[in-house]
Design a protein around this ligand. Structure first.
Ligand SMILES: Cc1ncc(COP(=O)(O)O)c(C=O)c1O
Length: 394
């Protein structure tokens, strides 16, 4: 099988698996226990905090472990909102193609009376820092813009957006779930106040992640209970998961240059190959995109059928994000970059991993070409388009 759905989740690395199994077996003490067996687990936890902090240029005390990216997004946004409302600031700036962990949290705040501005992401899937600047008002308490998009892979100019927020005195959160472990990030250099990450996107385990919160930012608890994580996130810590995340992240970070040099030419080979399919279009900017992301729309077909037939050929891919693929609505990300409903339905996301080869890439290209042609062969929409009833969009 060619696994080309790494944006949905990744395989755990050997380093993460062995760290996790070793700790599950041998270091099962509770980090809050005072005896040395518990304190051993506490040491593991604090070492993981140091390791994670070092990768993104943060201080260990600025890292809070969570159950993943969704929790980190929720906590970052809710915290900034609670800080803002204390001084009457109830306006938040975000973008139309954020992950639902961000958009649904913003919807919840809108019901409480917060005003939300969702910035245009343009046809290329890139937010303009000057438009962020223009959207900030005297009552803005937060700007939340994702680092890299989970569907179309476009990477934002986070440093420029961070500089705008800093100059305007507004907190800046970035959902970096798709970027951490794949791109080099320095939270201080990029003026990031809050950042969310998730281990299972960089070969760590599922159900664990972290929130970076610049020191001095008062976090609001989402989970009440014990005094873990300085009282900001109750619940006995997932020590094996957290340590495995740190092991995976250190390894991923050390390999970023090598992985990028391997992935980018293969990504671009697939982009060029699929571009030969008539009436197709790449979604998102070609250059400013994650090294492993390819996202195309093919006119006249349904993405779901394409996925099933690719599955038969041993290729695991996705149409839209994993989180929304259970629904029949077209992807909000593709709609945000201006794709019309019919075209958005015919989308394919391939998120390739480091183990991909050129032969795999060529097999993907020939398989997608074959399947698209086959599906168009009995698509009434395609037949009408070819017969001149209606006009092609792509
Ligand atoms: C951009 C982005 N944000 C947040 C999440 C949610 O992360 P998690 O699955 O760890 O809750 C995802 C997962 O798909 C994502 O891609």
């Amino acid at each position: 099988m060619i696994y080309a759905d790494n944006a949905a989740t990744t395989a755990m690395s050997e380093a993460a698996i062995s760290r996790m199994t070793e700790l599950i077996r041998d270091t099962y003490g509770n980090p809050s226990s005072l005896y040395s067996f518990g304190q051993k687990a506490k040491e593991v936890l604090e070492q993981a905090r140091e390791d994670v902090a070092a990768v993104i240029g943060a201080e260990p005390r600025e890292i809070l472990f969570t159950s993943g990216g969704s929790e980190a997004d929720n906590q970052a946004i809710i915290s900034a909102a609670r800080i803002g409302e204390k001084s009457g600031k109830k306006h938040i700036v975000s973008s139309a193609f954020e992950h639902h962990a961000v958009l649904h949290t913003l919807n919840k705040l809108a019901k409480e009376g917060f005003e939300i501005t969702l910035l245009d992401v343009h046809e290329d899937g890139i937010i303009r820092p000057e438009e962020v600047d223009k959207s900030i008002r005297n009552d803005t308490c937060l700007v939340t813009i994702m680092y890299a998009n989970n569907e179309i892979g476009t990477i934002q100019d986070i440093k420029a957006i961070g500089a705008v927020c800093k100059a305007r005195g507004v907190l800046f959160h970035t959902d970096a779930v798709q970027a951490v472990g794949h791109l080099k990030i320095d939270v201080k250099e990029e003026n990031i106040d809050l950042l969310s990450a998730s281990a299972h996107k960089f070969h760590g385990p599922k159900g664990v992640g972290f929130l970076y919160a610049r020191k001095g930012i008062r976090l609001t608890n989402l989970i009440e209970g014990g005094a873990q994580e300085k009282g900001k996130r109750a619940g006995t810590e997932n020590v094996p998961g957290i340590a495995a995340m740190a092991a995976a992240l250190k390894e991923a970070y050390a390999a970023i240059d090598v992985n990028t040099a391997h992935l980018v030419p293969i990504r671009d080979r697939i982009i060029a190959g699929l571009g030969e399919i008539p009436h197709s279009a790449l979604n998102g900017d070609a250059a400013s995109r994650l090294p492993g992301n390819i996202n195309y729309c093919f006119e006249g077909i349904e993405g779901e059928s394409l996925l099933l037939l690719l599955d038969d050929k041993g290729i695991a891919a996705s149409s839209g994000s994993a989180c929304t693929s259970g629904s029949l609505d077209p992807s909000h990300v593709l709609l945000a970059i201006g794709r019309v409903h019919d075209v958005a339905h015919g989308s394919l996301r391939l998120s390739i991993g480091e183990d991909i080869t050129e032969e795999d890439a060529d097999y993907i290209i020939s398989s997608v070409k074959e399947v698209v042609e086959y599906l168009r062969g009995f698509s009434p929409v395609w037949r009408d388009l070819v017969a001149g009833k209606g006009s092609f969009i792509l």
